[in-house]
Design a protein around this ligand. Structure first.
Ligand code: MG
Length: 425
């Protein structure tokens, strides 16, 4: 039974998902003696959280409720417990919800831990406590304050104007406050933590057109956007242009003076050219985090996940927001982006599943092509560019990425993949 995708458990909220939350609680509660629980701002998050807490308490686990809190905040305070559980569907639409399981250092549960949970649920091997062993759930009200105190230690006063768009997600409660506290003038956009937003929760270029307009109108130095649970950050420069994730990663790495950088197989080849020691993993922040725990100064992926090991091994869009504000206080963000090497990079997707990938692999094996890198999906490296085809971890889609030294070649590689996939469906 496979319950976990690349970012925990996700699904449209229904009876099965709420029941699964209860079973996850029973399973985790039987393995870990103290667990802290947080939730995002979705309308279904209370229902999911109380089902989960019921399971934890039935298993006799000492359970703490941190309330509505961003994922990076929950990850940070999980150091005081044996595990943390976040109720969120991250950047998925509002009808979805999900569960992220966290270790004391903020990293996501690894493969072996996830397997253990899946096995317990599939075999219904739960241990319910007797009534005498059960306790009540304890409130844990200080999570956000504790996190803010830690983050503020890393920053001096910054005098810039920033527009913050939290997509009405849970970062609304933290990012505007932290930026104001370090001296920024903050204009809040979609910062009412209702869970419903005029824009879609994923902080992509197409979803942030309004933020870009507001940045220009307000004469702001920067625009900052989060997803629903605040573990992602996307940035708009002072001219209203979206900064691609690959370039933002390079800006962070340079600003932090990084030597060893961990990123995913779908990030730009420009990263290697900047002189960092680069280690590449499968796509998914949990894989970056896993590798970073073995050693590294900073980790990230182009989707907008940034991991700072000095805080935790969880992607932290809020700390990243303060870091990018610090950067914008030193120089215009657009000028810093212009200094970076840049190659045409195309990203897209078509409908398909893992069987499409199997057929594609067989097809490529039968024709002459460069050696296939299977770290994640199929990656082909050519002299003048590369191509990546992989099944999405959260949706029934096949994602295609192509980068080359010229636009024409990038399009050629991209179209080659799309055509091959269409023939394999
Ligand atoms: Mg997220």
């Amino acid at each position: 039974m496979q319950l976990f995708g690349s970012s925990g458990i996700r699904g449209i909220v229904d009876r099965e998902l709420v029941h699964l939350a209860w079973e996850i609680g029973l399973s985790v509660g039987g393995l870990y003696r103290s667990v802290v629980v947080g939730q995002d701002t979705r309308s279904s998050s209370d229902a999911m959280k109380y089902a989960l807490i019921s399971g934890l308490l039935c298993a006799g686990c000492r359970t703490y409720d941190a309330g509505t809190t961003p994922t990076p905040v929950l990850a940070y305070i999980t150091s005081d417990f044996e595990a943390g559980i976040m109720i969120t569907a991250s950047h998925n639409p509002p009808e979805y919800n999900g569960i992220k399981l966290l270790n004391r250092d903020g990293s996501a549960f690894d493969h072996a831990q996830r397997n253990q949970i899946e096995e317990t649920i599939s075999e219904k091997a739960f241990r319910l406590s007797s009534w005498k062993e059960m306790e009540g759930c304890r409130p844990y009200p200080g999570a956000i304050g504790c996190y803010i105190d830690r983050i503020l230690k890393d920053f001096d006063q910054i005098r810039i104007r920033a527009v913050v768009d939290s997509g009405n997600g849970v970062a609304s409660l933290v990012t505007p406050y932290i930026l104001e506290k370090i001296g920024c003038e903050v204009i809040s956009l979609n910062c009412h933590p209702s869970g419903y937003s005029p824009r879609r929760p994923e902080p992509t270029e197409e979803n942030l057109a309004h933020l870009a307009e507001v940045v220009k109108m307000a004469g702001a130095d920067i625009g900052i956007a989060h997803d629903g649970d605040g573990d992602r950050l996307a940035v708009i420069d002072e001219k209203g242009s979206f900064i691609p994730g690959d370039k933002l990663m390079a800006l962070f790495a340079r600003h932090l003076g990084v030597k060893r950088l961990v990123t995913t197989v779908d990030a730009s080849m420009a990263i290697e050219e900047l002189g960092f020691e680069v280690l590449r993993t499968r796509v998914g922040d949990s894989f970056v985090s896993e590798e970073l725990r073995k050693g590294g100064d900073f980790g990230g992926e182009p989707s907008g996940c940034w991991i700072f090991p000095n805080i935790s091994y969880c992607p932290d869009g809020i700390y990243a927001a303060a870091k990018v504000a610090e950067l914008a206080s030193k120089e215009k963000i657009s000028a810093l982006v212009d200094e970076l090497p840049s190659y045409p990079l195309l990203r897209g997707s078509i409908l398909g599943d893992r069987s499409t990938m199997t057929k594609l692999r067989q097809r490529l094996a039968s024709i002459s092509s460069p050696p296939i890198d299977t770290t994640d999906g199929i990656r082909l490296a050519f002299e003048d560019g590369w191509l990546l085809v992989r099944a999405s971890g959260t949706e029934p889609k096949i994602r295609v990425t192509a980068e080359a030294r010229s636009q024409r070649r990038a399009e050629e590689l991209y179209n080659l993949a799309i055509k091959a996939l269409e023939e394999c469906r």
